[in-house]
Ligand binder design. Structure first.
Ligand code: SAM
Ligand code: F3S
Length: 448
């Protein structure tokens, strides 16, 4: 059996795509995935180009694989994902060890590319965006535990001025409603209890229905929640400009929709939001959050921030800090702005000194940590619905699961049958809030 070593960078879409790369090559050539590169015949890097650092990492990484490739004849190296899409054949110029170059929309063509590279002895490249073809060519989904990602759309058509994604993943294309539901159904039949519906801009989902209409994300959530065995639905990532009333209603009306939302805001300054071409104002964003919290009290809320966007003044940054005070996010991903070649913002003069950017980032992250600790502290003493996912990594005989608000909880498992509880929802009393996780006590296991 040939062996595949797979390294994934970046977002959940890339994680999903990596699992599909493994599935495609297992079906076509019998590849099995290995954790040990020394055993591997094929190395695939699924790359991210959202920030320069992530992109540069790929080239330094490729440098390190030269000796690995030379150590055994026939070994091959492939580069997929957003760097492949962005750079194309230029990758070979910088890293001649590469045999395969494929984009996020052409990973289903890996078997053919592999054959082609072997037959010709030359690199095989396909970085096109052939609409939704990929999904029709993938093998049946295979569950790996009680949670699963399901990609519902590809690409992004928002063209935020700083972002490379629309250029590397193409325009938005939604999968038909029935196709997505069939995938959820197959996963549920294999024991999946929680699905995360994925898209770069998932609330722009408009999936064709059999009667020629278009289903939105709220309808998709409602349908997925009705599939036998599915006890929880999540979705990510949303864009605030398209965060519709129907989605707010879904948080009020659909108990299986997890009480957690990742809603990237990027900045609290309307001037910067305008320059980023985000299509909403700070007040509009806060209004949506207010209505969301009315619809689902206690909802966990996280966001993305970019600090040091070109021309971001102290005043702009103070407005971001003020927004954080009002929104009280309990988690966030925050980044220093990284100019991406070919995006409109890359042409702006980057006037903010590096030390200022770093100081702003540290201040922002510290404040979010405060709110995160406060949020976690308030969970102590409450009963949370937890999906028990796996044995706890740190404590033998304990289980680990996630709350609706997307926090890990570790809890002692009953003496007999801990394994039997994996994949079950349980009421868990939160007993302690640690820095990165919670501890709890099993109250009751839900009936299947
Ligand atoms: N679809 C999401 C949204 O609604 O904003 C974002 C997807 S993007 C791939 C993930 C995050 O990376 C963004 O929210 C942003 O904070 C960050 N990001 C994107 N481009 C960036 C850049 N040029 N520099 C720094 N951070 C960036
Ligand atoms: Fe990027 Fe904006 Fe789309 S951040 S992924 S262009 S919503």
């Amino acid at each position: 059996m040939p062996k595949l070593y797979l390294k994934t960078y970046g977002c959940q879409m890339n994680e999903y795509d990596s699992s599909k790369m493994a599935a495609v090559l297992a079906a076509s050539h019998g590849y099995t995935v290995t954790d040990d590169p020394d055993n591997a015949d094929l190395l695939l890097l699924n790359t991210c180009s959202v920030r320069e650092k992530a992109q540069e990492k790929v080239f330094s990484e490729l440098g390190r694989w030269k000796a690995w490739k030379a150590a055994r004849p026939g070994r091959m190296v492939g580069v997929g994902g957003c760097v492949a899409s962005q750079e194309g054949t230029a990758i070979i110029g910088r890293a001649p060890i590469v045999d395969l170059i494929f984009g996020p929309q052409t990973l289903h063509r890996l078997p053919e590319l592999l054959q082609q590279a072997r037959a010709t002895g030359r690199p095989a490249v396909d970085i096109r965006f052939p609409e939704i073809e990929k999904f029709d060519c993938l093998p049946e989904p295979r569950a790996k535990g009680p949670t699963a990602f399901v990609s519902v759309m590809e690409g992004c058509s928002k063209y935020c001025s700083f972002c490379i994604v629309p250029y590397t993943r193409g325009e938005e294309v939604s999968r038909p409603l029935v196709d997505v539901l069939a995938e959820v159904h197959k996963l549920a039949a294999q024991g999946v209890r929680e699905v995360t519906l994925l898209g770069q801009n998932v609330n722009a989902y408009r999936g064709a229905t059999p009667d020629g209409e278009a289903a939105d994300l709220a309808l998709l959530i409602a349908c997925a929640a009705r599939i036998d065995g599915i006890g929880r639905v999540r979705f990510t990532t949303s864009h605030p400009a398209e965060f519709t009333d129907a989605l707010i209603d879904a948080f009020r009306d659909e108990p299986k929709l997890a009480g957690y939302l990742h809603l990237p805001v990027q900045s609290g300054s309307d001037r910067i939001l305008g320059m980023m071409k985000r299509g909403y104002t700070c007040a509009g964003y806060l209004d949506r959050i207010r209505r969301l919290r009315e619809a689902r009290p206690g909802i966990g809320l996280s966001s993305d921030f970019i600090v040091g966007f070109p021309g971001e003044s102290d005043e702009d940054f103070e407005q971001t800090m003020a927004l954080i005070e009002r929104a009280r996010f309990d988690q966030a991903y925050s980044f220093i702005y990284s100019p991406r070649p070919g995006t409109p913002a890359a042409r702006l003069r980057d006037s903010v000194p590096t030390e200022t950017k770093q100081a702003r980032l540290a201040r922002l992250q510290a404040r979010i940590r405060d709110f995160g600790a406060e949020y976690a502290g308030a969970l102590v003493g409450t009963a949370q619905r937890v999906l028990l996912e796996k044995p706890s990594l740190k404590n033998r005989g304990w289980l680990a699961g996630k709350t609706e608000c997307n926090r890990w909880v570790n809890l002692p498992a009953p003496a007999a049958g801990a394994q039997r509880l994996i994949g079950r929802f349980a009421a868990v009393e939160i007993t302690e809030a640690l820095t990165n996780s919670l501890r709890g006590r099993l109250l009751r296991v839900e009936n299947l």
